[in-house]
Design a protein around this ligand. Structure first.
Ligand SMILES: [Zn+2]
Length: 263
């Protein structure tokens, strides 16, 4: 089982070494900005690395919104990131499920997701698996609660689309972790990546505040149980820099009986 961390994008492979991680996730541009990613000088090195790479799309992207001034740039930015992620050999591009504004019809939000996939297909496809991640907050979210996730998958499940399960977001979003993997797989048929995070916020608080695995409000054994049930690669998005994340990775390897990679 591959276990790694979300790291700074300047030298992801050095960050992997610093954490004894065999998987890293990083941004290709400012996560709060609308700039398309630039080609990377280290693309060849990244593509041929032993470390598995995942790219996280910017947070500003919202494919579901009825606000066209956000939605149209969002689908363009997602496609640009997909191309850039493919260029570095990433195994997946993670994007949040998005939401509609208060008073807007969530059904239109799901249909906007369908349009985003149609737009990409027309442009020749994403070229990398797109993994939709569950989110913690909001009352009009497409992928906070599983009833919404089921409607999202009814709309886009025929496309090549994967799922990324964030344990902090699920718990803070109000989904019990016990049995969660089975409930999700009944909807999506797959879990491609786990974001293993503890939560500073309480159950169903709606707060997206990650904590280290043995801190926070979630029993760490429940996070381990989710990973074991999913059998998917793991990325921790926890605080504390290289030391904090290395400790989280070591904790997971010990709990799961996974040996550390030999350098
Ligand atoms: Zn996450």
């Amino acid at each position: 089982m591959r276990i790694g961390a979300h790291v700074d994008s300047s030298d992801p492979l050095a960050e992997a070494t610093a954490r004894a991680a065999d998987t890293v996730q990083f941004f290709l541009s400012d996560p709060q900005g609308w700039k398309a990613p630039k080609p990377r000088a280290d693309a060849d090195r990244l593509r041929s690395a032993e470390v598995d790479l995942y790219v996280h799309a910017p947070y500003v992207i919202n494919l579901a919104t009825l606000n066209n001034r956000i939605r149209i740039p969002s689908r363009k930015l997602l496609l640009a990131h997909a191309r850039a992620a493919a260029a570095v050999g990433a195994r997946g591009l993670i994007v949040h499920g998005g939401h509609v504004n208060a008073g807007d019809d969530l059904a239109t939000g799901f249909d906007n997701w369908r349009k985003a996939f149609a737009y990409a297909a027309e442009a020749g496809g994403f070229g990398v698996p797109v993994l939709i991640e569950n989110t913690a907050g909001g009352t009009n979210a497409c992928a906070r609660r599983l009833d919404a996730l089921a409607r999202l998958w009814e709309t886009i499940g025929d496309h090549e689309v994967g799922f990324c399960l964030d344990t902090c977001h699920a718990y803070a979003g109000g989904e019990e972790l016990l049995g969660l993997v089975d409930r999700i797989k009944a909807i999506t048929g797959r879990i491609d990546l786990i974001h293993a995070n503890n939560s500073k916020g309480a159950f169903n608080s709606g707060q997206d505040r990650h904590d280290n695995l043995t801190g926070g409000t979630i029993d760490p054994e429940q996070v381990v149980a989710v990973i074991r049930a999913a059998g998917a690669p793991v990325v921790v998005e926890t605080p504390g820099g290289a030391d904090g994340q290395a400790a989280d990775i070591t904790f997971l390897r010990e709990q799961l009986g996974v040996p550390a990679p030999t350098a």
